[in-house]
Design a protein. Structure first.
Length: 484
C-alpha cells in the first residue's frame, strides 16, 4: 500500500460521459485533475473503446455517438489530465474535522497494490450496471446481460455466441440485437414483458417524441431491421427457465399478464440457443458515494438507491460531487450535462471561477437537463418491471445470492423462522446474503423484493446494505507495504 502526498484539485471517479464532461470544463479553469477508471481506455459503457492497437472500421457509427466520440478525441491524450486507468477504486476517505489540509483520500487498487490519490474535491461518476434476476437456470454460462454482450462487440469485436434470445423490458435489447445481427449472429426471438400498448400510450402522452426524435428514430430503425430479418418480436412474454448441461442450451419464454404473473392458459415457447441476453433495467453504482457518507433515496424506476445532490451536483457530504446515472438513470446526454454542471460547481467551490459566472454558465445546461430528465421519465416508465414479475420468475431453488449460494427458498424460510427480520442488513447477518465478493450488487434487488413481499413493507423500510470500505474485494497482500 502506497500513500500519496500530492494533492489534486479534483479526483474524478469514472471516465464515462459525466466524468469526461466535468474534466473538460475543469481543465479550462486551470484545475489539476486526476481521472480513475476500471477500463483500459476512457469512454464508459456507451462509448466503450477497443484496444489502441485495434483498427475498427465504422466504430460506433451514427449521430447519437458523434458528440461523445468528439469529447473522447479532445480529452484522451490531453497532457493536463493525470489518467489512472485499469484501476478499481475501493474507498473514499472524507477529510477529518480536525484536518488542516481539508482533502479527500481516494483509495484504488492497480495491478500491484492499493494506492491513494488526494484531492480537495471528488466527483463520483461511477455509472450503473445491469439488473440481475433469479430464475431457474439463471446462473448457467451463456445467460448474460444484453449490455455485456454489447461490451464484447464494442471493445473486442467479439460475438460471444451463435444463436440468441433477448428478453427484458428495456429497449436497449433492440439495439444490441441489431448489433448482434450485423455481426453475424442469429436472433431466435426478442421478448418484452410489457404490452406494446403500454409504450404507445405513454409515448402519446409524452412531449419527448419531438425533442428526442433521434433516439426514437434509432429505435425504429433497429426494429425495422430486425423485422426485415424475420426476428420474432414477442410482447407480454418473460423468461420461465434456462436449461442446459454445464452451459445454456434452451430458453423457455412464458406469456404473462400486465402484472408479470404467468398466463397458464397460453402455451410457452422454447428456443434452442447458446446465449440469453437479459435487459430488465439497471441499478446505479452508488456504493462509493454511500461509503463516503452521501445520503441516498430510493427510486425503483430510476435505478435503486440514488445519491441526492444539490443544484451544483454536490452531495450531502461536503466536497463530494456526483453526476451521471448515480443520481438517476437518464442516459448519456443527461450525464454529460450533469458532469458539466458538477465541473462548474467544483470550480466555483475551489475559487477558480466567481459565483456569478458559474451561475450564468450553468443556466443553459440546467434547462437542457430538465428536458433530458423529462425524456428519462418516459423511458423509465416504459421500461418499468411489472409488479409481480420478479416474484413469479423465482422458484424455491432459484439462487438469489450467487456468492454465498443462498436460494430463494432458504431466504423465505429464514424470514419465516425470524419474524423480527425486516432490514436488509439484518437479513444479511442472518443468512449471509450480500456477504460475498459482489458485496450485494447481484443480490440486493432480488433479496429486497423477497423481503418486501414477505413483510408487506416498502423498500425504504428495508433499507440498503451498508456500503463499507473496501467496496470491492481486496487481497491482504495488496494492503501490505511494497517491497523495495
Amino acid at each position: 500500500m502506497t500513500l500519496s502526498r500530492e494533492i489534486f484539485d479534483v479526483a474524478i471517479i469514472g471516465a464515462g460521459p459525466a466524468g469526461l464532461s466535468a474534466a473538460e470544463y475543469l481543465i479550462s479553469t486551470g484545475a489539476r485533475i486526476v481521472i480513475l477508471d476500471e477500463q483500459p481506455r476512457p469512454g464508459g459503457q456507451i462509448t466503450r473503446q477497443p484496444p489502441k492497437d485495434f483498427a475498427v472500421k465504422n466504430w460506433l457509427k451514427g449521430d447519437l455517438y458523434k458528440d461523445l466520440k468528439a469529447l473522447l478525441l479532445r480529452l484522451e491524450d490531453h497532457a493536463e489530465i493525470c489518467w489512472k486507468m485499469s484501476v478499481s477504486v475501493v474507498g473514499i476517505t472524507p477529510p477529518d474535522s480536525d484536518q488542516t489540509d481539508d482533502v479527500y483520500q481516494v483509495w484504488y487498487q492497480d495491478d500491484r497494490a492499493v494506492q491513494t490519490v488526494r484531492a480537495r474535491k471528488v466527483l463520483v461518476a461511477a455509472g450503473c450496471y445491469e439488473r440481475p434476476l433469479a430464475f431457474p437456470g439463471s446462473t448457467l454460462p451463456g445467460v448474460m446481460g444484453a449490455g455485456a454482450i454489447q461490451t464484447f462487440l464494442k471493445s473486442q469485436q467479439v460475438l460471444v455466441g451463435a444463436r440468441f434470445v433477448f428478453a427484458g423490458t428495456h429497449p436497449l435489447q433492440l439495439v444490441v440485437a441489431e448489433q448482434v445481427l450485423d455481426a453475424g449472429g442469429q436472433i431466435e426471438a426478442i421478448a418484452f414483458a410489457q404490452s406494446p400498448l403500454t409504450g404507445v400510450s405513454r409515448l402519446l402522452r409524452s412531449t419527448s417524441l419531438f425533442s428526442h426524435w433521434r433516439v426514437f428514430l434509432m429505435a425504429a430503425r433497429s426494429l425495422i431491421r430486425l423485422r426485415r430479418a424475420g426476428v420474432p418480436l414477442l410482447f407480454k412474454h418473460a423468461v420461465k427457465q434456462a436449461e442446459g448441461v454445464d452451459r445454456l442450451e434452451k430458453v423457455t419464454l412464458q406469456p404473462v399478464i400486465a402484472t408479470g404473473a404467468p398466463k397458464p392458459e397460453r402455451p410457452v415457447r422454447t428456443f434452442t440457443v447458446d446465449r440469453l441476453g437479459m435487459s430488465y433495467g439497471f441499478q446505479v453504482s452508488a456504493e462509493l458515494a454511500r461509503q463516503a457518507g452521501a445520503d441516498a433515496v430510493w427510486s425503483a424506476d430510476q435505478g435503486g438507491w440514488l445519491i441526492s445532490a444539490n443544484s451544483w451536483q454536490e452531495s450531502s457530504q461536503p466536497g463530494l460531487f456526483v453526476a451521471g446515472e448515480i443520481t438517476g438513470m437518464a442516459g448519456a446526454e443527461a450525464s454529460c450535462l450533469e458532469g458539466r454542471i458538477a465541473g462548474l460547481g467544483m470550480a466555483r467551490a475551489l475559487g477558480l471561477i466567481p459565483t456569478g459566472l458559474a451561475d450564468a454558465v450553468a443556466a443553459r445546461p440546467r434547462r437542457q437537463l430538465s428536458r433530458q430528465n423529462a425524456f428519462a421519465g418516459f423511458l423509465n416508465a416504459f421500461s418499468r418491471l411489472p409488479d409481480d414479475l420478479l416474484t413469479h420468475m423465482m422458484t424455491p431453488d432459484s439462487l438469489v445470492c450467487r456468492c454465498e449460494n443462498i436460494t430463494c427458498g432458504a431466504l423465505r424460510q429464514a424470514l419465516t423462522d425470524h419474524p423480527h427480520l425486516l432490514q436488509a442488513n439484518g437479513v444479511k447477518l442472518m443468512t449471509r446474503t450480500g456477504m460475498g465478493l459482489c458485496q450485494g450488487r447481484l443480490c440486493y434487488s432480488i433479496v429486497a423484493e423477497v423481503i418486501r413481499r414477505e413483510r408487506d413493507c416498502s423498500i425504504e423500510d428495508i433499507g440498503p446494505y451498508h456500503a463499507q470500505w473496501p467496496v470491492k474485494p481486496l487481497s491482504i497482500s495488496a494492503l501490505l507495504p511494497r517491497q523495495k
